[in-house]
Ligand binder design. Structure first.
Ligand code: RFL
Ligand code: PHB
Length: 390
């Protein structure tokens, strides 16, 4: 098989890039290890920044997002003295975010790829990116007993944190930066009316909690849990009881509970791999970087990678200009590190750290009090939360 760009990974990063390139007449083959149903069963991000939404529209995939997604102009921060609202719209100078689930967004991208008859191959095994530094790289995968080879101009590694692409970069070239947090998030999806029309991030002495949503009839809640906990340790009743304890009394009193339709634990981790390109391989999204979900930056950082890579590839194929491809890693990493900083800051400010000494706790409370009392601090937070420009 032959194509111009072979994309490994059919999550939002890979799908969005293949759709954008296909619309410009650039041929792609996309390889996904799982079935479409499996990919669509993963419950992940819920908050999209405007840059992402714009890219979805450019990919002709924004119609349902614009119809069903909710525009949010603020978030609440709950703490031991009550609850404050950060007016994102005011402090960011008129911007906002869109609440639209990653599952739905991925479904829209799959539907768009199918409509254009995009070449998306599921259930591939043993994917191997090869000859990355030659002018003729290729990818092989196994389909049953058969090994299939795809010759291409470029390979894009959009295969998430556990994918094969990053691992194909030689160890003496790749630098990895990692910080693992001593807790995870237990998330519950339930068909209940959300407790608040806007997200509530709650700092509590029992641990962090987040009240989010997918729609006005579908709620998404998270609580900070020790890393040793497993989903089996948490019945629905135990989850709701703990969540209530971490919310202000009036919010807890109006929380509508119900059976969970999904329950999972995600460990919290910060991770960056540098460089994000090697020869003719380009990494995008979670394959190159991970953030703890507190700042809602993960999927949004994937979107800026795709934006840079898409434009770099357009310059190559339409103008014969390779400056964008050469500068991709540096440009993408500059924004990635800002998302790392913001996610680390939100995570550090709002979670309970078991090893904190009393001095740390005092500083942590002061950080939050400073944010809530300073317009300049709120501006900085809002600017980052709605998304820095691409
Ligand atoms: P994905 O979504 O992991 O997709 C990678 C795909 O590659 C496939 N794959 C392979 N395919 C072929 N061959 C192989 N060898 C392969 N190995 C893997 C996988 O099956 C998969 O389909 O990466 P992508 O596309 O870069 O997208 C990144 C986002 O999924 C991620 O950053 C976000 O979900 C992070 N995130 C959030 N981001 C936000 O911007 N806003 C949020 O509100 C937000 N909330 C969250 C989140 C992530 C969470 N979890 C579970 C980690 C909340 C949570 C709880
Ligand atoms: C979510 O709705 O899943 C969500 C929202 C905001 C975050 C993280 C996750 O910061």
């Amino acid at each position: 098989m032959k194509t111009q760009v072979c994309i490994i990974g059919g999550g939002p990063s890979g799908l969005l890039l293949s759709q954008l390139l296909h619309l410009k007449g650039i041929d792609t083959v996309l390889l996904e290890r799982q079935s479409r149903e499996y990919v669509l069963s993963r419950i992940r991000a819920g908050v999209l920044e405007h840059g992402f939404a714009k890219l979805m529209r450019e990919a002709q995939c924004g119609e349902r997002m614009d119809r069903e997604g909710e525009i949010h102009e603020g978030i609440f921060i709950a703490h031991d003295k009550g609850m404050d609202r950060i007016d994102l719209h005011k402090y960011s100078g008129g911007s906002s975010v869109i609440v639209y689930g990653q599952t739905e967004l991925t479904r829209d991208l799959y539907d768009a790829r199918a409509k254009m008859k995009g070449n998306v191959i599921h259930n591939v095994e043993d994917v191997k990116p090869c000859d990355l530094t030659s002018a003729a790289p290729y990818v092989t995968y196994r389909d049953g007993d058969k090994v299939v080879r795809i010759d291409c101009d470029y390979i894009v590694g959009a295969d998430g944190f556990h994918g094969v692409s990053r691992k194909a970069i030689p160890k003496d070239v790749l630098r990895e930066y990692e910080k693992v947090y001593p807790f995870g998030w237990l998330g519950v999806l339930s068909q209940t009316k959300p407790v608040s029309p806007e997200l509530i991030y709650s700092k509590n002495e029992r641990g962090f909690a987040l009240c989010s949503l997918r729609s006005q009839v579908l709620s998404r809640y998270y609580i900070q849990v020790p890393l040793e906990d497993s989903v089996e340790d948490w019945s629905d009743d135990a989850f709701w009881a703990e969540l209530k304890k971490r919310l202000p009394g009036d919010v807890a009193a109006r929380l509508v509970t119900g059976p969970s339709i999904e329950k999972s634990i995600a460990p919290l981790r910060s991770f960056v791999a540098e460089p994000m390109s090697y020869g003719r391989l380009f990494l995008a999204g979670d394959s190159a970087h991970i953030v703890p979900p507190t700042g809602a930056r993960g999927l949004n950082s994937a979107a800026s990678d795709i934006y840079y890579l898409y434009h770099a590839m357009l310059d190559h194929y339409q103008k014969g200009d390779d400056a964008g491809l050469k500068g991709y890693s540096q440009k993408a990493l500059a924004r990635v590190w800002k998302a790392q900083r913001f996610s680390w800051w939100m995570t550090t400010m709002l979670h309970r750290f078991p090893a904190n000494i009393p001095y740390d706790d005092k500083l942590q409370n002061t950080e939050l009090q400073y944010l809530l009392s300073s317009d300049v601090a709120k501006q900085s937070m809002a600017e980052n939360y709605v998304g820095l420009p691409f």
